[in-house]
Design a protein around this ligand. Structure first.
Ligand SMILES: Cc1cc2nc3c(=O)[nH]c(=O)nc-3n(C[C@H](O)[C@H](O)[C@H](O)COP(=O)(O)O)c2cc1C
Length: 367
């Protein structure tokens, strides 16, 4: 058998997975203006279900009709209408026996397109680093400066995540993942330079982690018994250099405290998933396993199946998620298992936009 570890079954929470391959979350900015799922999205998610993957994560999906949306044409799960529109995706994916979870999102300061409200909110009134991302329909200019979120709004946002999680489960999803990574709202609390608050949400790493912990506890209580995970990273869409300032000690606190919230898994996002961190011999996902004791999804340049398989053998993760490789070829998992070469990722697939339409246009000249 090709890559026996990668294609061995695994039980995640109460879900039986046929193998260890996961489609990583991929924002495709292809929903309607109101955040409803489109027929092209249904077809897109179904193609992964036909493509041999063990588990599918949805793209980042916003949780309220306030400030959570970060990108134009991002899908939402903030209303009954949006939740209903996802039912088609779940039905199409489940028809092939593949489980799918939803990634729940709040952009905070990293907001370059919101259909519902003007302005943005964040832990502190600090404009994000970098410029708007044009492949997600941003204008390439600077981000706006957010308004500082009030304690009352913090609780409202947490409630929105809990309600969104319930809507996702009611729509038939097999679980949810809180997007706690990549520089969005929860990560803005954890990151020293975006969190300059003078209350209990700032201070040492435990204080900066408070928002994640409260959020996960609330969602855990809202969907008891259902699969719940969290995505974490050091780097951000708008800052590829950030390192947790307390390094190994931060990793210990973050992963062990998160394990106490009752989440079922941790998904670690990194550009180089297997790169050793903090002068140790382990990757960040390996440390997540060590410090949390939970199942971990490793991510980041693991599309070489030999590497992905070895990462599992070495205990760097229990599952591996593939981003760009999945975007390039929805049948990546089935092809790899059969010993065939998947279509390779090309930047043109997401240029000028990371939309489904753009990908379809790219496919045409290739025949
Ligand atoms: C077009 C595109 C969209 C992405 N959208 C999301 C997203 O919605 N949520 C998320 O957590 N990560 C997102 N990511 C990051 C990927 O999930 C993944 O972590 C990253 O691409 C590294 O994995 P890879 O080397 O296998 O591509 C996106 C990446 C790309 C290229």
């Amino acid at each position: 058998m090709n890559y026996p570890h990668l294609f061995s079954p695994y039980t995640l929470g109460s879900l039986g997975l046929k193998n260890r391959t996961v489609v990583s979350s991929l924002t495709r900015a292809s929903a309607s203006d109101e955040g409803l799922v489109t027929p092209a999205m249904v077809q897109y998610y179904e193609s992964f279900a036909q493509g041999g993957w063990g588990l599918i994560a949805t793209e980042a999906t916003y949780v309220d009709l306030q400030y959570s949306q970060g990108y134009l044409n991002q899908p939402g799960i903030a209303s009954q209408a949006q939740a209903e529109s996802w039912r088609e995706v779940v039905r199409a994916v489940h028809a092939h026996g593949t489980p799918i979870y939803m990634q729940l999102f709040h952009g905070g300061a990293v907001n370059q397109g919101n259909h519902w409200v003007q302005g943005s909110i964040a832990p502190s009134a600090i404009a994000p680093k970098g410029t708007q991302i044009s492949r997600y329909r941003g204008n390439g200019g600077p981000f706006q400066t957010p308004r500082e979120i009030t304690p009352k709004e913090i609780h409202a946002v947490i409630d929105s995540f809990a309600l969104a999680a319930q809507r996702a489960i009611e729509a038939g999803f097999d679980g949810v993942e809180i997007h706690g990574a990549n520089g969005y709202l929860p990560d803005q609390f954890l990151t020293t330079y975006t969190n300059q608050r003078h209350d209990l949400y700032n201070g040492d790493v435990r204080h900066r982690l408070r928002f994640h912990l409260q959020l996960l506890q609330a969602v855990r209580a809202a969907i008891p018994g259902q699969l719940l995970g969290v995505r974490l990273s050091q780097t951000k869409v708008n800052d590829l250099e950030y390192v947790w300032p307390g390094q190994m000690e931060d990793a210990r606190v973050i992963f062990s405290e998160i394990a106490q919230t009752g989440v079922d898994f941790i998904h670690v996002a990194a550009h180089q998933g297997l790169a050793p961190v903090f002068g140790s011999t382990q990757s960040l996902s390996g440390l997540a396993k060590t410090f949390s004791g939970l199942p971990v999804i490793a991510n980041g340049k693991l599309q070489d199946p030999a590497l992905a398989n070895q990462a599992l053998v070495d205990g760097e993760g229990d599952l591996v998620s593939i981003g760009k490789g999945a975007l390039a070829d929805a049948h990546w998992a089935a092809k790899v298992q059969a010993g065939l070469a998947p279509i390779e990722f090309h930047l043109d697939m997401i240029s000028p936009y990371a939309t489904l339409e753009n990908r379809a246009q790219w496919m045409k000249p290739q025949g």
